[in-house]
Structures are given as C-alpha cells and as structure tokens.
Write a protein of this length. Structure first.
Lengths: 282, 272
C-alpha cells in the first residue's frame, strides 16, 4: 500500500550505496594490522624463529634430499651468494610489471570513469570486461611471442591485459557508488559535471580504486612471471624454469622468496596509500 | 527595502503538482499545493511520512522540478538550484573525506569564490564548533555534524534556508539543543527558514507559522500561526496554549490519516 519506497529518496540507506560488497575492501584489510607493541613484535619474531627453525631441523633430521626441499639456511645462503646473478632478472621483471601495470591501470581507470557515466554503454561493454577479467591472459602469451618476439613487448602487453580489467572493474564499482544526497549537495551549489566528478565521484570512488590498483598490480606480477616462464631468456620466471631444470633448488627457492617479497611490497605500498588517502572509509 | 517588496512573499509555491513515474505506476506526491513564505519568517511544514514534505522542499530548492505549478523566489520563477537558497539535508551530509574546514569551504570551491573567513569564524563560534576545523566528520557526534552542516549552508549567506528534517536522527536532548541553536541563528541573521519536520513540538517551538500537510496526494490542510515571543523559554513551551495547539495539529494529522485508512475512497491516484 505504502509506495513511498518506490520514490527516489535522498538517503534512507538501502540501494543508495552500491558496491560495498566487492572483491576486497580497504577497511577489511586495514584491520588488525596496526602498530604492534614491543611485546607483539617479540611474539611474532618468536613464532617465525620456531617455524623456520622447526622446518630446518625436520629437514635435517629426516635427511630430506636438497632436490626435493632445500633447508631454509640453504635458501638463505643461495639468496645471499646468487643475488648479484638474480638482480638483473629482478630488474627485467620490474620493468615488465611497471610498464604493463602503468598502461593497464591508466586505461582501466579512464574506461571506468567514462563508462560509468553512461549506464547504457556500460551494459553493452560489461560482458567483454567480464571475459577479460576471467580469462587468464597468460593464454595469449604464445600468440604474442609469435607476433612480437621474445623481448619485453609481449610481456608488457600481457601484464597490461591482466591488470587493466582488474583495475577497471573495481574502479567502476567505486564510480558507480552514487550517494544521491552528496550529488544533490553539489548540485545545490550549481556544480558542473567536471566538479561533480573531481569533488564528489572521484573521492568517493578512491577506496575502491586503490583496491583495484592493488589487485591489478598483484595480477600483473603473477602474469609477468608466468609469461617469463613461457619463453625468453630473462626475468624471474625464466630463472625459476632454468634453476628447476638444473635442479638448483636453493636458488629456485631464493627466487620464490624474492617474488613473495615483491607481492608483499605491492600490498604494503597500497596499504599505506589507502591509510593516507582513504582512511575516512574505515 | 521598499514596502511593496516586503509585502510580496519571499518564497511562493503556486499550485504545485508532482507525479513520480515509477515501475508500479504513477504516484502523485503533491497536488495543487500552494503556500507562501514571507521574508524573515520561520515556517514549519509538518505532516506524516510520505505526505510529500520532502518533495515540496526539493521543489522549493530547485533541485527537482514540478509536474505542474511553480515556485517563485522574490517573484522570480525558480528553474534550478539557486545561490540564494541554502539547504540543510536530512543527515548532516558532510563529505567524509574532508575535514570540517574543507567541508565548509566546499560551496566556495564549487562557486569559485573566496570564503568569507570572518563570517565562517563567526558562524562556527555561534554553533560552538570553534577549534574543530581539523576534525573529520566521523570524529564528530551527530549533533556536531549537523551543526557543521548548518554552518556550511549559511556560509554563503543565503536569504532562504531550507531544512529537511535536519534533526530527525538525533536524540531528544540534542534535538532541543539544536532547535535553540536554530532560533539563536535566526535571531542573529533573520534568514527566512522553511523547516520540514514530523515533530509537532519542534515545529511550534521554531515557527511563526506551522503548515500541516496531508498525504495521498500531498496538499496544505491547515495553517496555524504561532505568536510567542522569542526566544521561547521552556516555560512558554509548557503552557496550555502550546498544549492545545499541539493537540489541534495532531488531530489534523491523525484524523486525516484515520479517515484515509478507514476505507474512505483512497485519494492516491494512479493516473496511468
């Protein structure tokens, strides 16, 4: 009987904020990782020592051969001695990652900002974006190598293709969050489309944009390493295939350690940016 | 200011009709709704939920158009948001990514004007928010947020302030405090205020006139002048006169609603 809910309302929660339930949420991963006290740091270090030391002892006690699983100390030693050999490959991977991510993120952000302004166009484009997001872009690497050879080019392209859609889909979710009360506020002062975008829509979307950038960067790293494993004689992924084929397991795991450090670095960078610029949402 | 200008209403709603087109058919929120607001007056519009109060206020603000009829500000037809009209929204509606100062600066940024620092300081002081400029909205209580929103609305010195159930989400004590604040701001600025509320007490305390709006579709049912001295003390508010006035308004609203629920022909048209 009361059809008041069918009438556009300024607030009243409900559908006013889309996109809260997305792939990830900045506020979700900012919880629990605040400043640790000295006591907590001690506990964290203690557990790490016990876990790594336990693995070391277990591997030695059971005489596990190195080609199955090297000991942590062997990995650390390899990381230390072979680092100068691995460093140029790390540089290669970073070039591919940064280049591809920069292209993918820019295109993704611009597309998201434009497409969300036109709901009809968004409906038409949405399935293709979904295909781009769900298809592993690694599948294109052999084709790209045929076309562009074994240099940086195919890898940068595939990193852009992997990270761009991730950035776009999350940023679009952010841009789609319409808080009609805030739009009305800006409109009541006569804001134009550009002001509306920069002063309301963009800041409102920022937390989701950061989530998209983080996921995109991590996807980019995965794809870069995958592409390096397919072909071409350089990059961290290539080191993985080389070391494993030569059964140099400590070196192999040293590269794995570097890769996880890269992933953690990406996460930390975006976490800190989020803390600085998007903490209002938490 | 000459006499002819001050006699004509500051804000006039003329035969306003608003039909919302929804998936379940057309819904008439307002029908031939007319009212005048005079210069320097506080007018409250009370009525049950869904009676078209907010629709009416949005039409007055120029944010939404009308299906029929018009709104005149100083005898000029309003066709869109007007710089002379300030709005205080249902919730404080501050931008959470900006601190208080930046929130109050927001209207000036949009209009590309220089903020009048002195006036803003004065406003902040009068609502008791001096020293809070660096705080973010989430660090403030609901009452403080709403006070900041009032400062933002008044910062551009509008001649009309539209307030859309601004204190509905606050507790009773904070609400009374806010009402006194609105009164003191009015005594200070004499801004014409249109105040939408479903609290009859609030309406009587604040207003020179209380307009009762009835729903289905919304129209002006009655109008009550309120002639108590300002500032209005709690003694005045506890008098028999206020009590009777409250009951009269309540009867208007409840009576209309009951007659609607008790099977008298439904007024709500579906003109599809």
């Amino acid at each position: 009987m009361d059809s008041s809910e069918t009438i556009p309302e300024f607030r009243k929660g409900g559908a006013s904020k889309g996109g809260e339930a997305s792939l990830a949420n900045l506020s979700a991963f900012s919880r629990g990782s605040g400043m640790a006290s000295a006591k907590e740091v001690l506990a964290i270090l203690g557990v790490a020592v016990v876990v790594i030391g336990g693995i070391e002892l277990a591997l030695r006690f059971f005489n596990v051969p190195q080609y199955i699983m090297p000991t942590p100390s062997a990995i650390a030693y390899a990381l230390f001695t072979d680092f100068p050999l691995i460093l140029p490959h790390l540089g290669d991977t970073l070039v591919e990652l940064l280049g591809g991510f920069a292209i993918g993120a820019c295109v993704g952000l611009i597309l998201a900002a434009v497409i969300t302004q036109f709901p009809f166009a968004e409906k038409i484009v949405a399935p293709y974006i979904l295909i781009l997001v769900t298809t592993p872009m690694l599948a294109l690497v052999p084709l790209l190598i045929l076309r562009f050879g074994f240099g940086y080019t195919p890898r940068i392209i595939v990193v852009a293709l992997a990270s761009g859609p991730m950035v776009m889909i999350n940023a679009a979710t952010g841009f789609r969050r319409v808080d009609s009360a805030k739009i009305a506020l800006a409109r009541s002062y006569g804001a134009n489309t550009l002001q509306m975008f920069w002063k309301i829509r963009a800041p409102m979307a920022l937390p989701m944009i950061l989530v998209g950038l983080m996921i995109g960067a991590i996807f980019g790293l995965l794809t870069a390493v995958g592409a390096e494993m397919v072909g071409g004689g350089f990059g961290l992924g290539n080191r993985l295939t080389t070391y494993s084929s030569m059964i140099q397991m400590p070196q192999f795991f040293a590269v794995v350690v570097i890769l996880s450090a890269l992933g953690i670095l990406i996460y930390t960078i975006f976490f800190l940016i989020g803390k600085k610029w998007a903490s209002w949402e938490a | 200011m000459n006499v002819t200008v001050s006699r004509s209403p500051k804000l006039a709603v003329k035969a306003a009709t608003k039909v919302y087109r929804t998936a379940s058919g057309d819904f008439m929120a307002l029908q031939h709704c007319s009212l005048d607001v005079h210069r320097n007056e506080i007018v409250s519009i009370v009525g049950p939920s869904g009676c078209g109060k907010t629709t009416l206020l949005r039409a007055m603000s120029g944010l939404h158009g009308l299906t029929e009829g018009e709104v005149m500000l100083d005898n000029q037809k309003i066709t869109g948001p007007h710089p002379d009209i300030g709005i205080v929204f249902q919730e404080a509606n501050l931008l959470p990514w900006r601190d208080l100062d930046a929130n109050i600066r927001f209207p000036f940024e949009i209009k590309r004007e220089r903020p009048d620092r002195q006036w803003i300081e004065h406003l902040l002081h009068s609502v008791g928010l001096d020293g809070f400029g660096g705080k973010y909205p989430r660090e403030l209580s609901g009452g403080m947020q709403q006070r900041a929103a009032m400062v933002r609305a008044l910062a551009l010195k509008p001649s009309v302030l539209l307030m859309d159930e601004p204190f509905g989400a606050l507790d009773t004590f904070t609400r009374e405090e806010m009402n006194r604040l609105v009164e003191s701001i009015w005594l200070d600025t004499r801004t014409t205020i249109v105040f939408i509320t479903h609290s009859i007490e609030e309406a009587i305390f604040l207003s020179d006139r209380v307009i009762v709006l009835t729903g289905g579709p919304g129209r002006v049912a009655r109008e009550y002048p309120v002639r108590f001295e300002r500032p209005r003390s709690s003694e005045v508010m506890a008098t028999r006169e206020v009590f009777d006035l409250t009951n009269a308004i309540k009867r208007d609203i409840v009576g209309e609603r009951e007659s609607r629920l008790n099977g008298s022909a439904p007024q709500r048209e579906a003109t599809s």
